[in-house]
Write a protein of this length. Structure first.
Length: 212
């Protein structure tokens, strides 16, 4: 009986030793692969600052695209990839307005990659379309009430952020009132606010006070 127990213990120890040896071998292989990946030469970014695009009316978009491709000339493979890797890298070179635009594009694309080609097409459509501001204001004017006041407000503010036009507060408030539910719009118009923020809060409080 004792001999059998010793034999079993020996076999178990040998199995554990073999498993540990296999694990160590696999770990060493993974470490080697990591070292090889880290040692592969990668195109080094230039020390000078990359060209920036702020999204202002006086920015030259075509010049920025050309300068960007020249600056990242060693990243031709990434530019041709069917992925968002290069576009995501260039994101850091955008101004606040342009970064907000790219965020919206990412959301609209969902899981589809924003390749460099797609990026260029979309940014040209956004910043070279002379009618973009007019189209956006038209969308604001024609905005539907939605299922709730909160939903309407969210869509309104999203479109307003895309308008890229500094409108007077009175104009913003006028746009905001246009397509709210009639009772909410009437209440807001009777309780005049001096800012859009106050008007939004007033409309939401009126909606919240309605019986369920």
């Amino acid at each position: 009986m004792l001999a059998q127990m010793l034999q079993f213990a020996l076999q178990t120890t040998q199995q554990q030793s073999a498993q540990m040896s296999q694990l160590l071998t696999q770990t060493a292989q993974i470490q080697q692969q990591i070292l090889q990946a880290q040692s592969r030469p990668r195109p080094a970014r230039k020390k000078s600052d990359p060209p920036r695009f702020e999204g202002r009316d006086d920015d030259d978009l075509e010049l920025w695209i050309f300068s960007t491709e020249q600056y990242y000339t060693d990243f031709q493979a990434e530019m041709q990839e069917a992925s968002s890797s290069f576009s995501d890298m260039v994101f850091a070179n955008l101004g606040v307005d342009a970064q907000a635009w790219y965020r919206d594009v990412k959301i609209s694309q969902r899981t589809s990659p924003i390749t460099w080609q797609v990026f260029k097409e979309r940014i040209r459509a956004r910043y070279l379309d002379q009618d973009f501001k007019y189209k956006t204001l038209t969308k604001i004017y024609e905005l539907k009430p939605g299922k709730s006041q909160q939903e309407y407000t969210s869509k309104f503010l999203h479109l307003m952020s895309q308008a890229d036009t500094e409108l007077p507060e009175v104009v913003k408030r006028w746009f905001f009132q246009q397509n709210m539910r009639s009772d909410t719009s009437g209440y807001v118009s009777r309780n005049v606010s001096d800012t859009l923020e106050k008007e939004i809060d007033l409309a939401q409080r009126f909606e919240d006070a309605k019986p369920a």
